[in-house]
Design a protein around this ligand. Structure first.
Ligand SMILES: Cc1ncc(COP(=O)(O)O)c(C=O)c1O
Length: 364
């Protein structure tokens, strides 16, 4: 089924699995804000968990440790790197919880042979223009093999109405629903993209592989999981390779990013703050902070001590976003690779600049 956008779909799927006001929903501390805003739109409380710095995803251990009043888990496959779904599903089963897969960045990502979005209880795949599989504007796919859930999602999407294909619309609401239908053009556009998707994937792979091979020769930049269909390419800077200790990971990343940008590579941080440190959550904005005044709601610390791996990843890495997804991006990626090589060749200058930099971390 297609819904109007990924953010609305996350709320809708959480409603479909039975999330109610005051329920807690586990979300990763590193993601796009929508992952954590979606439970709040249902007056549910996001409970942030740490990530593994190698995969950028939540782990089964942190999910298990966060249980209390939790009623659902939203797992994100960040940048198209799949989370450890077998173990997370096992934790969820032990606690009788549904798993919503936020696969916005993971079209065609596979975990042990299964496609992301088809492994949890229900999956959402945003079709926003920036995604691997897009529509013309906004949209989102919902996936589930649970008939009952699918039957709940449909009326939630359209005013609580029960309407079958080919039967006239009744206009009778049977539950509180939203109006989150897409325009007919959007699924049609995606369907046409879907026909080209396998061929485009092959072309992407042919472009990205030589690019990542060239970067792999440069010890200063770690593309931790060089998957060829990654939505966002994220590179972690290694201060040791620049002859510096960990105190300089932020300045090294900042100078590398600046130099790459000067060479035409759109290097930017992807998320400059962990979600729990973002103003919206720290100041408990939304609904007059009602959620955070509910009896028993946990207040979560948001400082570097609470989520060290998230702070570290934000401090030492940058992303090149999605220009690599264009099937004709080969020459562009060759240019990017030359820019990375040039920056690495000039590492002595960068090291000097990094040690002299008056540095402010992105979250400040
Ligand atoms: C991880 C993640 N979740 C949710 C969303 C929200 O999707 P949309 O932009 O379609 O609302 C995005 C996208 O931008 C995302 O990257």
């Amino acid at each position: 089924m297609v819904v109007s956008n990924g953010t609305a779909t996350l709320s809708l799927t959480l409603a479909a699995v039975g999330i109610e006001p005051g329920d807690e929903v586990i979300v990763p501390a590193l993601s796009f804000v929508a992952t954590a805003a979606a439970p709040m739109h249902l007056l549910a409380v996001p409970v942030f968990v740490a990530i593994d710095p190698d995969t950028f995803n939540m782990t089964p251990a942190v999910v298990e440790a966060a249980m209390a009043r939790v009623r659902a888990i939203v797992v994100v496959h960040l940048h198209g790197l799949p989370a450890d779904m077998d173990e997370i599903n096992a934790v969820a089963r032990r606690h009788g919880l549904p798993v919503v897969e936020d696969a916005a960045q993971a079209h065609n990502a596979h975990y042990r042979g299964r496609p992301a979005g088809a492994i949890g209880t229900i999956g959402t795949l945003s079709l926003n223009v920036s995604k691997n599989l897009a529509t013309c504007g906004e949209g989102c796919l919902v996936t589930t093999d649970d008939e009952g859930l699918a039957r709940r999602v449909a009326p939630l999407r359209q005013f609580g109405e029960l309407s079958g294909t080919g039967t006239p619309r009744t206009y009778i609401p049977h539950m509180l629903g939203w109006n989150n239908k897409p325009h007919a053009i959007q699924p049609a556009f995606t369907r046409s993209q879907l026909r080209r998707f396998p061929a485009d994937l092959l072309r992407r792979e042919r472009n990205i592989r030589p690019f990542l091979d060239r970067i792999a020769d440069l010890p200063g930049f770690l593309a931790t999981h060089p998957l060829l269909d990654q939505h966002i390419l994220r590179f972690r800077g290694d201060p040791a390779a620049f002859g510096l200790d960990d105190r300089y990971m932020g300045p090294v990343r900042a100078e590398v990013q600046r130099a790459l940008r000067a060479e035409g590579v759109p290097a930017t941080p992807y998320q400059s703050m962990p979600l729990p440190t973002q103003h919206m959550f720290r100041a408990a904005h939304g609904f007059d902070a009602w959620l955070w005044r509910l009896a028993g709601t946990r207040t979560q610390p948001g400082g570097p001590d609470a989520f060290p791996a998230v702070f570290r990843v934000i401090e030492d890495s940058f992303a090149t976003q999605e220009a690599h997804l264009h099937p004709d991006a080969g020459p562009l990626l060759a240019h990017y690779a030359s820019a990375f090589e040039k920056v690495w060749q000039n590492r002595d200058d960068l090291t000097r600049l990094a040690t002299a930099l008056t540095y402010t971390p992105p979250w400040e």
